[in-house]
Design a protein around this ligand. Sequence first.
Ligand code: RB5
Length: 148
Amino acid sequence: MKIGIGNDHSALEMKAEIIDYLKERGCEVVDYGTNSTESCDYPIYGEKVARAVAAGEVDQGILICGTGLGISLAANKVKGIRAAVCSEPYTAKMARLHNDCNILAFGARVIGPELAKMIVETWLDTEFEGGRHQRRVDLITKIEEENA
Ligand code: RB5
């Protein structure tokens, strides 16, 4: 699986740990930055990863900022993106199983690296269930299309 990853200045150490974990799992990783600790604007990196996922350049995305909120809000403005902030594995599981989310977001100032790895593990190991959930995801897409 090919994963695109992006972050702001608050999440460099967390990103390094997550990239190592993804590579250990055999994932290919594309790093969209930032790779500086200098204060930056998280929407830039949220958009980069979101566009890569929407274009099919990568299979899934991971976004990390201080809380996971700002960077996921930016990503969710890109057509076809369903980014979810997950601070524990249950939400990560349901975000894939029921919501077919294609970007996982979390906060480097909210959770530690070991919990983050458990969340990523759950995310990667869970497939979309489809069925009645497909209908609901389609309704989300319909709202997006009506507002395009
Ligand atoms: C940066 O200070 C912080 O605002 C950002 O990382 C993120 O938490 C925004 O949602």
